[in-house]
Design a protein around this ligand. Sequence first.
Ligand code: ATP
Length: 430
Amino acid sequence: MEKLVNLCKRRGIIFQSSEIYGGINGFWDYGPLGVELKKNLKDDWWYVFVQSRDDIVGLDASIIMHPETWVASGHVEAFHDMLVDCKSCKKRFREDHIEGNRCPDCGGELTEPRAFNSMLKTRVGVSDDTAIDTYLRPETCQSIFVDFKQICGSYRVKIPFGIAQMGKSFRNEVNPRNFIFRSREFEQMEIEFFCHETEEDYWFERWQEYIWQWYLDIGIRESKLRWYEHPKEQLAHYSKRTVDIEYEFPFGWGELQGLANRGKFDLSQHSKHSGKDLSYFDADRNERYIPTVIEPSAGVDRTILAILCDAYDEEIVEGELRIVLRLHPRIAPIKAGVFPLVKKHGLAEIAMDLEKKLRKKFMTFYDDSGAIGRRYRRMDEIGTPFCITVDFQTKEDGTVTIRDRDTMSQIRLPMNEVAGYIQSKITHER
Ligand code: ATP
């Protein structure tokens, strides 16, 4: 884990927020490579679960909502962590994160657990008498429920269908930890899938298949994934059934995505609190009802962490350490490095020209500094799947070499076939 965190900092993938001021616990920044990685991941999810399906539509709602939302959703009442304080070192912990009844840091005595609301409060409005208190959303899904009627009334959707949203969520986590696994500001990718209650088990099982397959499609090893079924007595207040997909991180198994049957809880609550009827008229069944909701809820940052942990590899090549991120080409921040073998003899000009052309199609990086082996290594450790080298033969026959990151083997291709070759490796086969 430490090696990965160091690599992320050294190469500007992910690093602490506000570091020049000493940082702020639980907040992270994605640098030039990290932002590309994250964007590729989110685009892939959006393509697979929204654009390529005819039964899901998208939404991008505001982060701050009417405060009553959080009363109706149960968050004001029930979104609590039970906290204990150490009487000796004064550190605070989530009760469900500690084993035994002593402080995990110093072994000191702990206080009785106290409830602590995890939502981040904020104030909206400039004058004291009109400003209102509300919260930064702790999950993206509530706006999907609140906008359900609007979407049904303005876009042709028919049950069974889903509404997807990705965006920032905020939780005042007591102990942000394990790098970006648990932070206070993070991104979620959520789908609320609306169906008739008689079909809830069918859709729950379909969604188990869809979300599991997606992790395999983005290159995560299946042996590192497992299901965890929440015991009935520990289900969240809204849930009839919840299963999580967990990944085996270096620090242990951790939740990547939850799949919950939220039943009719949310739409019924918002109907009650808003006074607006959020039922749906099903013309096929000739029946009006509150739909049942199956919810896959994934974290962007946790997926990024799983991808990075899964991709990180070290090997000895010709007596030297090679660090390589074996990222799926679709997710990799940079798709191709373009190098002239040497700067002279007009090779740099040809390589720059090629890089400029390829850049119009996907992210590339031009590099002519240092030995070619070093340039390959710099691309390997940020997961660039292909390196293209312009050499003396290029001047004779217009071909270049393409080196594969994982096998380190090379092939020669005419320059005008390079874009098509790489494109075929990074576009969706589905
Ligand atoms: P945990 O038990 O780990 O606190 P949770 O069960 O409360 O998580 P959910 O409410 O199910 O999490 O949120 C859905 C998804 O959002 C999680 O699977 C995770 O990927 C992501 N997520 C939740 N909290 C955080 C956080 N503090 N930092 C990063 N991602 C998070």
